[in-house]
Design a protein around this ligand. Structure first.
Ligand SMILES: NC(=O)c1ccc[n+]([C@@H]2O[C@H](COP(=O)([O-])OP(=O)(O)OC[C@H]3O[C@@H](n4cnc5c(N)ncnc54)[C@H](O)[C@@H]3O)[C@@H](O)[C@H]2O)c1
Length: 282
């Protein structure tokens, strides 16, 4: 898609970080916004920033838990009832939990798989038929460099993001198979500053049980938090790159160039078949 004026963007995780910046980028292009997030205050703040930067932007919000298929269906219904349809679908909400994989609890798995993987699965399941029927649209799935490279203490996150890459690639092939005029973009950033290190702020009470942090885990969490905070590319720049990718019908987006080099090194390690690839010490 190239012309976004007057069209509709649905953005999950629109109350913070990248989702907020995607909302601002879409508003800058004259789009109407439908924001979904479990963080209602965050969405109010996004709406305020959008109105300040692009007065008159039509925005609606919904308290949305993307891990629920019923709620994602209601989110799509809201797009139709508010604005008559939807053109860009950003499956962007995401959370993270750390720890050695054998210690992660059932609740850790349920929570992160529910948001990062099922949230995208339901977004694809609900919105793709609407876009196909409309004859126009684009689905943007926020994966991660962690969809290609595995660091320690992030097993659940890594599993979900590899799955989002697999889902996105297969979705694009399936759409090509049926000749649908619906694009797909798979966004794969490395660390950049947002609220992701503080994901537990929105963790539901019924999935609260988590591991007792060991010293190693706490050290890893500190390193990850520092890497996120020190990320050189800002969420606003990543959002803009993403919108340009949609305009150019580009499938992969790697905002951090180093990631593509590391992926080649991982492939070389697989070729050698000897030891596990360590993206932190390639
Ligand atoms: N920041 C990074 O370093 C980084 C790197 C690669 C990929 N990503 C991905 O970017 C995406 C956006 O994350 P961010 O970095 O902006 O973090 P963020 O914490 O700033 O924003 C994530 C948003 O998702 C919302 N959310 C959490 N659970 C939800 C649920 N069940 N339903 C709906 N919304 C929910 C949160 O309330 C929050 O507003 C995520 O998919 C994340 O995995 C982030």
């Amino acid at each position: 898609m190239k012309d976004f004026q007057g069209k509709v963007a649905a953005i999950t995780g629109g109350g913070s970080g990248l989702g907020r910046e995607l909302a601002l980028c879409c508003a800058a292009r004259g789009m109407k916004l439908v924001l979904g997030d479990v963080d209602e205050k965050g969405m109010v703040e996004t709406q305020r920033l959008v109105e300040a930067a692009h007065p008159g932007t039509e925005t609606t919000t919904m308290r949305l838990d993307v891990s629920s298929l019923d709620q994602v269906q209601a989110f799509a219904d809201l797009c139709k009832s508010s604005f008559g349809g939807v053109h860009l679908v950003f499956n962007n909400a995401g959370v993270s939990v750390g720890g050695p994989v054998w210690e992660n609890t059932v609740a850790d798995w349920d929570w992160v798989m529910g948001v990062n993987l099922y949230g995208v699965v339901w977004g694809v399941k609900v919105f793709t038929p609407l876009l196909i029927a409309q004859g126009e649209g684009h689905i943007i799935n926020t994966a991660s460099a962690a969809g290609w490279l595995n660091g320690p203490s992030m097993a659940i996150y890594n599993v979900t993001k590899h799955s989002v890459v697999a889902l996105s690639e297969t979705l694009a092939l399936d759409l090509r198979d049926v000749g649908a005029n619906v694009g797909v973009t798979c966004l794969c950033p490395a660390f950049f500053p947002t609220g992701i290190s503080d994901s537990a702020r929105n963790r539901p009470a019924d999935k609260a049980e988590t591991i007792t942090p060991s010293d190693v885990m706490l050290k890893r969490a500190e390193l990850t938090k520092a890497a996120v905070a020190k990320g050189k590319i800002q969420a606003a720049d990543i959002a803009e790159m993403t919108l340009r990718a949609v305009e150019n019908d580009q499938f992969y987006v790697f905002p951090h160039r180093k990631i593509k080099e590391l992926i080649k090194l991982r492939a070389a390690a697989a070729e050698r078949e000897q030891v596990v690839f360590d993206s932190l010490n390639p």
